[in-house]
Design a protein around this ligand. Structure first.
Ligand code: P6P
Length: 325
């Protein structure tokens, strides 16, 4: 960071936001992510790998770190008097921390996304979205993503980064353990509209709709195919890592509804995976749909509702939507 002025997350939020309560909340979320980063880094040493033989509300194996990360998130948010409710992937129901008052915050979070990668020491992350109570006593948590105040994620990779979409901009902060601080290292992140990289779990090809099959085959056909260019493919099975890569160099991420998961609505969860990542993608100049419709316009029907996700470089997201029409 030679020559660049050093801007901490706390200072950045104070400058960007006239609401001191939002600044305090973002600081608390960042502090929880910092603690989760430490817990993740020491998992093997502390005997926290493997599985608990318990299942979360999704029916998925719960890892020890899923539970520890969730506990850490609730600890941090419990210290924020303006947090009225928390919806977590790890908890069946919305947890009300207090009687909702106008201006209080509601949080949706995936405390540890991609935890199946932990035993392989691959990148995982935390995803969150911040909504606001419209009126005293209003217990509406399930709102469209258009109403969010901010959204973001932490990615626990070679470095721990905290990425925040606020006021129509996406900024990336890197954890400086020596200075006990997150420092602005990636200002005003933008997703290029064009790309030559796509991310999909290709093992599900037999279940895909024609629109997805045609799109992926068009990319793989390369210079001689309809796209007349060579594409690369990546799939980390960790949404935070895939989305972070797309934010840093472009690309398109697809987890489509298919013949096998359509009855559930898809695989990824709307409230704490798709909506926060869609807000980040759009604030960075990209796009995010359920294949056709913008994810931020979708009216949630349930706390753990699943949805198809196509997200990233806007020209690719549009091309895929055209294929579905
Ligand atoms: P698959 C992780 O479990 C997750 O929710 C996302 O982070 C990731 O993109 C996806 O599921 C991976 O799914 O079917 O490839 O294991």
């Amino acid at each position: 960071m030679t020559g660049q002025a050093r801007v901490s997350l706390t200072a950045f939020i104070a400058d960007e936001q006239d609401d001191p309560h939002l600044g305090a909340l973002v600081d608390a979320v960042a502090s929880a992510c910092w603690s989760i980063s430490r817990i993740v880094r020491k998992a093997a040493l502390d005997g926290n790998l493997g599985t608990t033989n318990c299942h979360n509300v999704q029916g998925e194996d719960q890892k020890p770190l899923d539970i520890l990360a969730n506990d850490e998130f609730f600890r941090a948010l419990g210290q924020c008097p303006q947090v009225a409710a928390v919806l977590s992937e790890e908890v069946g129901e919305v947890i009300w921390m207090k009687a909702p008052k106008r201006g209080d915050f509601t949080l949706s979070c995936d405390p540890l996304d991609g935890s199946s990668n932990l035993d392989a020491n691959l990148s995982v992350g935390t995803i969150f979205a911040v909504g606001q109570v419209a009126n005293d006593g209003d217990r509406t948590v399930l709102k469209t993503g258009r109403s969010l105040r901010c959204a973001g994620y932490a990615v626990y990779g070679p470095s721990t980064m905290f990425v925040l979409a606020l006021n129509g901009q996406v900024n990336g902060f890197t954890l400086d353990e020596d200075a006990d601080d997150f420092v602005l290292t990636h200002p005003n992140l933008k997703i290029p509209p064009e790309t030559s990289e796509f991310a999909i779990n290709a093992s599900r090809q037999a279940h895909w709709d024609d629109a997805v099959t045609d799109y992926v085959e068009g990319c793989i056909a390369g210079e001689q195919g309809p796209r007349a260019k060579t594409f690369n493919m990546r799939w980390t099975a960790s949404m935070v890592a895939d989305v972070h890569r797309i934010l840093t160099r472009g690309g398109v991420f697809l987890y489509p509804a298919d013949a096998q998961n359509r009855s559930q609505g898809g695989k990824l969860r709307l409230m704490y995976e798709a909506i926060p990542m869609a807000m980040i993608a759009e604030a960075a100049g990209g796009a995010a749909t359920d294949g056709i419709a913008p994810i931020l316009d979708i009216e949630p029907q349930g706390p753990h509702q699943r949805i198809a996700v196509v997200l990233g470089s806007s020209s690719e997201v549009s091309l895929i939507a055209d294929g579905y029409r």
